[in-house]
Design a protein around this ligand. Structure first.
Ligand SMILES: C[S@@+](CC[C@H](N)C(=O)[O-])C[C@H]1O[C@@H](n2cnc3c(N)ncnc32)[C@H](O)[C@@H]1O
Length: 293
């Protein structure tokens, strides 16, 4: 027993039942105890902790080899004053100050810095998923190669219902890439192959995923300009984690990763710069606890 709270199981991170209670080998509250100031939100029962913090400051305060899986949906640096189409109207592509480009060199340094910290905190067999469009995904792939991550898959997420291209000078943008990588070449990564096959009518699941962008129901507590669909995160979590695992999102946004994580009985650490997005996450999370109970 550690701190009266956590039971160590030497070989597995699976939760165990003791006196009717689930106890975990790892614990998100202990792993984040060095991050000041106080968490923005925590839920001890569902094992969720959110910080209003820059991930470059918070990640170095998390112990190495401690996080089982990371999902990162970073700034794509595409807020360049251009336009796109939303609900049939021409709207600015600008997402916020956090998405403004600082120039190629500085953008790349940022990518290297957070990817390096993510690699440090991942467990030896842990994996990371990173989403991106052409604006950022090549820099991420190159940084992963430089840091000697082992790239496992490049998932093509087909958005099924994309907005039309207003200029009619390009194909309609309808995909994003999600890179899946292990900490390094020695990693023995976890993949729930049987479940993925079962979810795909008993055929091997392809690296092409058709998933619709989030609908109104997923945005009822407020909008995030780059919110990911819950179905995408649910698949990622089911494919690459076990119950009780620790999942971290350094760019937590409206908390999509946290909700999928909590629904599937994993633990969650979310880092996010903007309080307004954290407030949306908290409402979404509380709603999903009610669904579960
Ligand atoms: C692409 S969005 C993530 C959206 C999220 N996946 C969702 O479904 O809501 C990126 C988020 O990262 C936050 N962000 C940007 N730079 C950050 C940093 N250095 N540390 C922590 N959060 C950051 C932004 O405020 C934004 O909410």
């Amino acid at each position: 027993m550690l701190n009266g709270l956590v039971t160590i199981q030497p070989k597995t991170n699976m939760p165990t039942i003791q006196k009717g209670k689930t106890v975990y080998r790892k614990d998100v509250f202990r792993l984040t105890k060095n991050i000041p100031p106080k968490p923005y939100f925590e839920d001890r029962k569902h094992k969720i902790i959110l910080f209003n913090e820059n991930c470059l400051k918070a990640l170095p305060l998390i112990p190495e080899n401690s996080v089982d899986m990371i999902f990162a949906d970073p700034p794509y640096f595409l807020s360049n004053g251009g336009f796109t189409c939303h609900a049939g109207k021409k709207v600015s592509v600008n997402k916020g100050k956090w998405d403004a480009s600082k120039g190629k060199e500085e953008n790349y340094r940022f990518v290297l810095d957070w990817l390096r910290e993510c690699q440090r905190v991942l467990t030896p067999n842990g994996t990371i998923w990173v989403s991106g469009t052409s604006h950022i995904i090549y820099a991420i792939g190159y940084a992963m190669q430089q840091l000697e991550y082992k790239i496992l898959n490049d998932i093509a997420w087909f958005k099924v219902n994309p907005p039309p291209n207003l200029s009619c000078r390009y194909f309609t943008h309808s995909t994003e890439i999600v890179l899946w990588a292990a900490k390094n070449k020695h990693s023995k990564h976890y993949f729930n192959y049987p479940l993925m096959k079962k979810l795909n009518n008993n055929k091997q699941m392809l690296s092409l995923w058709s998933i619709r962008a989030p609908g109104r129901e997923e945005k009822k507590y407020g909008k995030h300009p780059t919110q990911k669909p819950l179905a995408l995160l649910q698949r990622i979590i089911l494919a690459s984690t076990k119950k009780g695992d620790v999942v971290l999102d350094p760019f937590s946004g409206s908390g999509t990763t946290g909700i999928a994580t909590c629904r599937e009985g994993r633990q969650y650490i979310g880092l996010e710069l903007e309080k307004s997005y954290l407030n949306v996450s908290i409402k979404r999370l509380k709603d999903s606890f009610e669904d579960k109970e």
